[in-house]
Design a protein around this ligand. Sequence first.
Ligand code: 5BU
Length: 254
Amino acid sequence: MKYSERIKHTTNPTAQNLFRLMDEKKTNLSLAVDVTTKSELILLADLVGPEICILKTHIDIVEDYDNDLIIKLQHLSEKHNFLIFEDRKFADIGNTVKHQYQDGVYHIADWAHITNAHTVPGSGIIAGLREVGMPKGRGLLLLAEMSSKGNLATGDYTQESLKMAEEHKDFVIGFITMRKLLDDPGFINMTPGVNLQTGTDNLGQQFKTPDLVIRENESDIIIVGRGIYEADDPITEAQKYRTAGWQAYQRRLL
Ligand code: 5BU
């Protein structure tokens, strides 16, 4: 099913926007912009912004974080038409994650269209985040699987995570996963650990190619970090990933 045909299978406004923009912009690429200064983050978001549907951040690794960074990111999100996904991986009880999402230094709920959560605390984590995120029209991804070697998000853990998503479909828009796990076309599957070269890093990351992830494993979005931002020419490299991801999607539709 085309991304645009899936809009009607979700009621979440962020999921609907994402499906629409992927189809219009013809990209299923997300940049994981894991840099530690504001200037690098803004520069990369501006350079690579035209190629991506989502900019994925780890806001707490930025050394000189300030409110101006968020204003600039919001401006770039509008200029280049991408969503912002703060990869916060919440993992506490509902009452605590509510504060972590809304308050503190980062006020994530005020600017991140999408964030994500581990399911290890049980469904109270979703209920807590939902109280803050739903009124703002935000979307949540659950970590149903991970990309790193030896991770414990497998088997029953994954299956229980899928059930939690189905019970909160208004707010849970999809999964971090290595493959499509549910037939419901309203859920969006996003996969990290993507590189044009398969292999591993020395800290457990395992890389798959865009074609394997999108065509064979039927995921929807490739999340690429070092493969793009460590390249000598991040724009050209991002274009390669964008083309690879989109071609794999088109082959899947045949
Ligand atoms: P890389 O440089 O392409 O390996 O970056 C991958 C990004 O995706 C990085 O920001 C991780 O925090 C993120 N990630 C991941 O690699 N694997 C996972 O299972 C999850 C997130 Br969840």
